[in-house]
Design a protein around this ligand. Structure first.
Ligand SMILES: CC(C)(COP(=O)(O)OP(=O)(O)OC[C@H]1O[C@@H](n2cnc3c(N)ncnc32)[C@H](O)[C@@H]1OP(=O)(O)O)[C@@H](O)C(=O)NCCC(=O)NCCS
Length: 147
């Protein structure tokens, strides 16, 4: 079973590992914010999560850390979701497990996401989980999953 460790409880080395993943080209190039994040920005971001009731970030651990999953714009019944996997361990089924096991813990009726239209692998990945395409906004495609 995957353990989801809140970013606010990460050790120093876990924080650094997450930053390394997030700054890898294969992850950051697919994010809306694609520039390299400095350690200061990263630590500030994690500190702010302690008081932000609309945002939750988790490190997914299966014996070892395998990826990150997060909720943003959390409302009563819905939230925006995002995920990235350790760049050295993509395509091994971890993303699917992280997302599926996380979803069943949620007390929401739907989750939605924005993915770059050019990120065809991720769109295929989300469709396999059951997300449906909703609308286009600029270079992004919105997708939704009813839980
Ligand atoms: C997208 C991402 C989370 C998928 O996680 P992953 O661990 O690599 O994917 P998995 O191995 O769990 O694949 C799950 C399913 O998606 C499919 N899939 C994954 N990568 C794919 C690809 N490149 N092309 C087509 N299908 C793909 C797999 O075939 C698999 O299908 P199956 O269940 O029928 O075997 C991961 O690759 C990632 O972190 N990418 C960079 C960041 C990113 O794009 N995040 C999303 C931004 S919105």
């Amino acid at each position: 079973m995957i353990k989801y460790k809140n970013f606010t409880e990460l050790t120093g080395s876990e924080r650094d590992l997450v930053l390394k993943w997030r700054n890898s080209y294969s992850v950051r190039s697919q994010m809306a914010q694609s520039k390299v994040i400095t350690p200061e920005e990263h630590y500030r971001f994690i500190d702010k999560l302690k008081t932000d009731t609309h945002t939750q970030y988790f490190l997914a651990i299966l014996k070892e850390p395998i990826g990150v999953i997060y909720l943003e714009n959390i409302e009563k019944t819905k939230a925006e979701i995002g995920i990235y996997v350790d760049p050295h361990n993509m395509g091994k089924g971890y993303g699917k497990r992280i997302l599926k096991e996380f979803i069943i813990t949620l007390d929401l009726t739907n989750i939605y996401l924005k993915v770059k239209e050019s990120n065809v692998p991720a769109i295929k990945f989300y469709e396999k989980i059951g997300f449906k395409r909703t609308l286009h906004k600029g270079d992004f495609l919105e997708m939704i999953l009813w839980i």
